[in-house]
Ligand binder design. Sequence first.
Ligand SMILES: [Fe+2]
Length: 383
Amino acid sequence: MFSSFNTVDRIVYGFGCLEELAGEIKRLQGSRVLVITDPGVKAAGLLDAVTRVLDRAQLPFGVFAEVEPEPSIEVVAKSVAAGKAFQPSVIVGIGGGSSLDIAKATSVMLTNPGTVYDYLGMDLVPGPGVPSILIPTTAGTGSEVTSISVLGDSRDNLKKAVVSPHLTARCVMLDPQLTLGLPPQVTARSGMDALVHAIESFTGIRATVFTDTLNLQAIRMIAHNLRKAYANGDDQQARQNMLYASCMAGMAFSNTQNGLDHAIALAIGGSFHLPHGLLTAFICPWVMEYNLLAAPDKFKEIARAFGENPDGLPDMEGARLAVKAVKTLLDDLDISYKLSDYNVPIEAIPALAKATMGAARLINNNPRRPSQQDVEKVLQVNY
Ligand SMILES: [Fe+2]
């Protein structure tokens, strides 16, 4: 029995490192650049920051800035059409998880036959895509270092995913400067998503010493910096720590997958279109509580990372301190963890539990084996 650990080839990081973008494009022998982003990034002036660097280096570029939040498969068709018209040799994705996921999907759809529908699932993409450079502007999804693109399927209102090593970026640029302008609510939600990645990957079945090391450090950094970044978006140290922690959690969960929290989040998100980071945030304490029995030692480690002291307490009591710490954090970030606060009718619970069980990729990494009845109960208890 052997395992493997995969991540991106190269991470360039530090305040202002975006200025190095042209050099990174040249390293990849890129000459024509397609920039993929969304209207929010454009409005915030961050697209201009990229195009200024490209202009200065006299690199020809095209822009696709129509990525929508929680994007559907149809958006990929549009960005691929833009790519086919421009014929890029490098793709630069800049934005939150949605823009980066569309950049990754576009990269492989420009070089492989068929449509996205042919590649929904694990390891179905035949060959490499156009080389991509990914630049996150939020600290949360970890999408810059993962080999997954999450897309909404309008045929059945479910979130689906293309998972393939060919989606992996050739270079990631972490410039905390780009995250300084994020509003507090986005900071809170995306930061919580990063925390959930670290917790699900750390407590999951497929956790290894490599992913544990990344996850535990990510949990520590988020526990000590998310409140600061939420309270004062100009806190440079907190912004930098959140961006790096989010990236480390992404490196880890790309190797383990997430767990039941993300399975429930995809199910609710498919029908009720709530932001991904908000969903994973409010589901987090429910799933931690449910999973405690399966991995008390891991949850005690999480409690310690939050500064709690489980020493001398019975196992389960010590483990429960981790749930308490996350609930306190959610209270401080003004995020309710009651399902009824999110306009989800109680009658929807059985269908949501059924849809949750469909996400085998995620459920299979969850430390406790849930039944559909278990998921229904978790949703009902926390309604
Ligand atoms: Fe997530």
